[in-house]
Design a protein around this ligand. Sequence first.
Ligand SMILES: [Zn+2]
Length: 239
Amino acid sequence: MLIETMTMPEFAEHLKISRTVVVPVGSVEEHGPHLPLSTDTIHAYEVSRQACEKTGAFLVPPIHYGICRSTGQHPGTISISGDTLRSLLKDIGLSLYRQGLRNFIFLSGHAGGTHTAAMLEAGEFLLEQFSGIKVASLNILELGLKGWIPIIETQDDSHAGELETSVMMVLRPDWVKGKASREVPSFPRGILVKDKRKYWPGGVWGDPTKASPEKGTLCLEAVVKAMMELIEKIEKWEE
Ligand SMILES: [Zn+2]
């Protein structure tokens, strides 16, 4: 159920049916020369929407910005700090808890390590702070990977590659501008570099030439199924 379309009485009524809420988190981040900057937000939101519509869980509007470290210098990336992301998730979580929600799922379309860690910290904070609360916090790669392995050919495909291009060909076909070539970044292991574009010029991690709408449809089916299973699991979860 989409909170953004609900009225006050509809919200109150739906609380009798569900105490579960999904908070999609995205990014405004370069996705190669061919995918829109909002790819992660669209991906997380659409997967959450389909799963919430099928399970009856609440869906709140997405947090459209995330922490983008290695793409921060590429044109179009607009990043926020870890403090801001943690604060947003804590504040939204607190407000939703006051509204009666108890099972929280933070699903990110952006899989960056610093971003994922900040989400986990906010989740742990809420878990510590409130009684009767259950929290799941994960990115879409963690959620979907098992189901995507038989579909996606490119090993370690992770950013604007075969998977994300295939998915966007289904979700926003008009926003996919051609195809980009295969690329793997060459960051030195363990050393932080100032000039990130030098080591990752095209902003692609994977192989978009292998993308197709057919693969996109299969990948979406698999990840929506995984999301529905997670919603059921957290609702039944007892420590
Ligand atoms: Zn992405």
